[in-house]
Design a protein around this ligand. Structure first.
Ligand code: C2E
Ligand code: CA
Ligand code: CA
Ligand code: CA
Length: 281
């Protein structure tokens, strides 16, 4: 049976049909959830390790599914990023984040030097009017680009580097900064670091996990930090979970950290309550 392609295919057919059904269901769930505004975001604080102060937050998408409750991005982001729906969903999220910033600014609760980081996927950048759409959201809420940061991965530049660089520069001219996300996990991180005009690198959690026990990981992180410093980039360590990791990282005086050690991603209201200045009395 193994030699006969058709025969073995038949064995898998029910499984494949189930998988196709699952994906079709996911697709239609995403569409209706978009219309019902069931995609929201949490905010995870970004901390200056040395000063122990808040410098910003990352907006992380959450799906409030009608049947399944809150679904983790790991269960749908890959599918969403490969579907056209990432564009409307991503813009709705950016709009929501800007609305959050606007309302806190009006209450005098948004520090002027703070930025909220938003993850932008490859398909969004290649949208012909990506820059225009971002600028209209800023305009809608009368916000400067300096309250936002966009996080991109090197995958975003795989297809048309010039187009991506051009769009990044246009947005940077409006004050939006860029972070290179999941740094070190791709095939050619250094090459993209050289070619993309980013302001910050986020060292992936997988490098941070074992910095205190694995000398090789520690050496890698030390090298990444040296490169980023030489390029005058800000540096974030992602997924810091333990005191020992923070201790190790604190040998550098210019590291930003994001991780469960400090706080997990929080509902926006909880984030404002715990981290933003109280409304003036
Ligand atoms: P990411 O951009 O690398 O975000 C960091 C992820 O690590 C988040 O997972 C965050 O909750 C988690 N994390 C932070 N600190 C710790 C820690 O100390 N320990 C552990 N174990 N995890 C930690 P989350 O929120 O589940 O998001 C997963 C991924 O989904 C993100 O990885 C990002 O690639 C993607 N994603 C999230 N929101 C968006 C979005 O709005 N748009 C796009 N395109 N992708 C998004
Ligand atoms: Ca990110
Ligand atoms: Ca990451
Ligand atoms: Ca990621």
């Amino acid at each position: 049976a193994k030699r006969r392609a058709h025969g073995s295919l038949q064995v898998f057919e029910p499984k494949m049909a189930a998988e196709v059904n699952r994906l079709l269901q996911l697709e239609s769930d995403i569409r209706s959830s978009y219309q019902e505004h069931r995609f929201t975001f949490h905010l995870q604080p970004l901390i200056d390790l040395h000063a122990r102060s808040l410098v910003g937050a990352e907006a992380l998408i959450r799906w409030n599914h009608p049947m399944r409750g809150v679904v983790s991005p790991y269960e749908f982001i890959g599918f969403l990023e490969n579907s056209e729906m990432i564009n409307p969903v991503g813009m709705q999220l950016l709009d929501d984040v800007c609305q959050f910033i606007r309302s806190h600014k009006e209450q005098g609760r948004f520090p002027p030097e703070m930025r909220i980081a938003v993850n932008i996927s490859e398909r969004q950048i290649y949208d012909a009017d990506f820059v225009g759409k971002c600028l209209s959201v800023l305009q809608k809420y009368k916000l400067p680009g300096s309250c936002l940061e966009f996080e991109i991965t090197e995958g975003a530049a795989l297809h048309n580097l010039d187009e991506v660089v051009d769009k990044m520069r246009k947005l940077q001219n409006e004050g939006i900064t860029f972070a290179l996300d999941d740094f070190g996990t791709g095939y050619s991180s250094l090459s993209y670091l050289k070619r993309l005009p980013v302001n910050k690198v986020k060292i992936d959690k997988s490098f941070i996990d074992d910095i205190t026990i694995d000398p090789q990981d520690a050496a890698m992180v030390a090298s990444i930090i040296a490169i980023a410093r030489n390029m005058n980039l800000l540096i974030v360590a992602e997924g810091v979970e333990t005191d020992a990791q923070a201790q190790w990282l604190s040998q550098y005086d210019d590291i930003l950290i994001q991780g469960y050690l400090f706080d997990k991603p929080l509902q926006p209201e909880v984030f404002s309550q715990n981290y933003l200045p109280k409304p003036p009395a």
